[in-house]
Design a protein around this ligand. Structure first.
Ligand SMILES: C[S@@+](CC[C@H](N)C(=O)[O-])C[C@H]1O[C@@H](n2cnc3c(N)ncnc32)[C@H](O)[C@@H]1O
Length: 391
C-alpha cells in the first residue's frame, strides 16, 4: 500500500487483531476514521513525519554498515603486532555485517505495506539524510521487541507487567471472568502492545494508545501479521561493542514473537489507537469512560505531568482504578526546545490525591528497561508502583 492509498483509506491502516469496529484513529491525521475531519496542515505534518520515520527505517542498513566499516578500517590501522594478537576481528565484523542484513530484512517486512520491499533508500525519499539520533530510534524499536515479544524479555515483563496485571485482577476480583469484557481498560503509551495484549487475554476489553510511528508500525506488524511463534530472528545487540562480556552475547539472536498474538476471549475488544494521549482522550466522549487505566513507564513522558494526571482523573469512572509503574525520568527536562515541568515522587503522589484519587497501595519495584541481560552495564530503575482509586 502506498502512502497515498494509506491516506485515502477509510479506516487507516492500523486495525485491531479482532473486530475493528471499536477502533478509533487520530482525529486530524492519516489514521482517521473520517477523511472529512482531516485538517490540511495536520495531514501534511503527519505525512511528513511518517515519511521521515519510514526513511529512517530504510536507512538502517546503510547506517549500521557504515559504522561497522569504520570499525574495520580502525582495526586495519592497528599496528601489525596488535592485529596478530587478534587476527579474527575482521571475521567478527563480517558476521556483524551479515546480521545487520538480517535485521534489515525484518525491518523491510515490517514497513512493506508503506514502502516497497526492495526500495532503494537513497531514491525512495530522494536523498533525505538521516541523523544518528534517528537511527537510535530504530535500534530502540528492535530492543523494544525484545522487551515485549521475546523469551529474553520475560524477566522485565514479570517485573513490570505482572504486578500491574495482578493489581488489576485483584481490584476486579469480584467480577466473574466471563463479565470482564464489560470492563474497559486503557493503556496509554502502549509501546509494542504486549501489556495491552496480555490484559486483553485475561478477558478485559483493552485499548492501547501510542503516538510514535516507530512503535505503531512495530505493533501493527507483530499483532496483525504473524503466522507462528518465533517467526522472526533479530539481532538487537550487535550495534554496541561496549560492555560485552563475550562476543557470543553481542551476536546473540532473539526470536520473536514468543507467543502468537490472537485467540482473544470472545466478546472482548482489543484495539490500538494512534495519537497523542492528551489529544485523543481529551475528546468529550471519553469523560468518565474507563474502568481502569494502567500506565507503565509512561507518566514521565509528559511535558506537564499534571496534565496527564488531570486527564486520567477526568476519563476514569468514579471508583475506577489507575495502576501506575515507572520511574520519573522526565523526557523533556533537558530540551530547550520544549517546556518541561518535573515533580518529585512525593509531589507526584500528592498531585494524584489532589486530582481526586485515594491511593490504596504504593511500593517500589526495581527493574531494567529493554536491557541486554548479558551486558556489563544495566541501568536499573527504582520504580514507583501504586494503585489509586478515583473518588
Ligand atoms: C518508555 S515507553 C513505555 C512503553 C511501554 N509502556 C513499556 O512499558 O514498555 C513510553 C511510550 O509512551 C509513548 N508516548 C509518549 N508520549 C505519548 C503521548 N503523549 N501519547 C501517546 N503515547 C506516548 C512513547 O512513544 C513510548 O512508546
Amino acid at each position: 500500500m502506498s502512502l497515498e492509498n494509506l491516506r485515502n483509506q477509510y479506516k487507516g491502516s492500523y486495525e485491531s487483531i479482532q473486530d475493528d469496529s471499536d477502533v478509533y484513529y487520530l482525529k486530524n491525521g492519516i489514521f482517521t476514521n473520517n477523511p472529512d475531519e482531516v485538517k490540511e496542515d495536520d495531514r501534511i505534518q503527519e505525512e511528513k513525519h511518517i515519511r521521515d520515520v519510514l526513511n529512517t527505517f530504510l536507512h538502517y542498513e546503510i547506517y549500521a554498515q557504515n559504522m561497522n566499516n569504520k570499525k574495520k578500517s580502525d582495526y586495519r590501522r592497528l599496528p601489525e603486532k596488535h592485529k596478530l594478537l587478534f587476527p579474527d576481528v575482521l571475521k567478527k565484523l563480517n558476521t556483524v555485517d551479515e546480521l545487520i542484513k538480517v535485521n534489515y530484512n525484518f525491518i523491510k517486512l515490517m514497513i512493506q505495506d508503506y514502502v516497497p520491499y526492495d526500495s532503494d533508500p537513497n531514491k525512495t525519499f530522494q536523498g533525505r539524510s538521516v541523523k544518528s539520533l534517528e537511527i537510535d530510534k530504530v535500534k530502540s524499536t528492535l530492543k523494544q521487541f525484545v522487551r515485549d515479544w521475546s523469551d529474553e524479555g520475560k524477566l522485565e515483563r514479570e517485573q513490570t507487567y505482572t504486578p500491574i496485571i495482578n493489581a488489576l485482577l485483584d481490584f476486579y476480583k469480584d467480577v466473574p471472568e466471563e463479565n470482564r469484557c464489560e470492563l474497559n481498560i486503557l493503556v496509554p503509551g502502549a509501546g509494542l502492545g504486549r501489556l495491552a495484549y496480555d490484559i486483553t487475554k485475561l478477558g478485559f476489553s483493552t485499548q492501547g494508545n501510542e503516538f510514535s510511528f516507530y512503535m505503531l508500525l512495530g505493533s501493527n506488524f507483530i499483532l496483525n501479521c504473524m503466522s507462528e511463534p518465533r517467526q522472526f530472528r533479530i539481532y538487537p545487540w550487535i550495534h554496541s561493542f561496549s560492555n560485552t562480556e563475550k562476543v557470543k552475547h553481542q551476536i546473540a539472536p532473539v526470536d520473536i514473537p514468543d507467543v502468537l498474538p490472537g485467540n482473544i476471549p470472545v466478546n472482548t475488544n482489543f484495539s490500538m489507537v494512534a495519537g497523542d494521549f492528551l489529544e485523543v482522550y481529551g475528546a468529550p466522549g471519553y469523560k468518565e469512560y474507563w474502568d481502569g487505566i494502567v500506565t507503565c513507564f509512561f507518566m514521565d513522558t509528559a511535558k506537564n505531568i499534571l496534565e496527564y494526571i488531570e486527564l486520567i482523573s477526568k476519563i476514569l469512572k468514579p471508583n475506577a482504578v489507575w495502576i501506575n509503574l515507572g520511574p520519573l525520568l522526565y523526557h523533556f527536562e533537558d530540551l530547550f526546545t520544549d517546556s518541561s515541568f518535573e515533580l518529585s515522587l512525593e509531589e507526584f503522589l500528592e498531585a494524584v490525591k489532589k486530582f481526586g484519587f485515594t491511593i490504596k497501595e504504593t511500593k517500589r519495584i526495581e527493574t531494567t528497561y529493554s536491557c541486554n541481560q548479558n551486558s556489563m552495564l544495566k541501568y536499573k530503575y527504582n520504580c514507583s508502583f501504586f494503585v489509586a482509586v478515583k473518588n
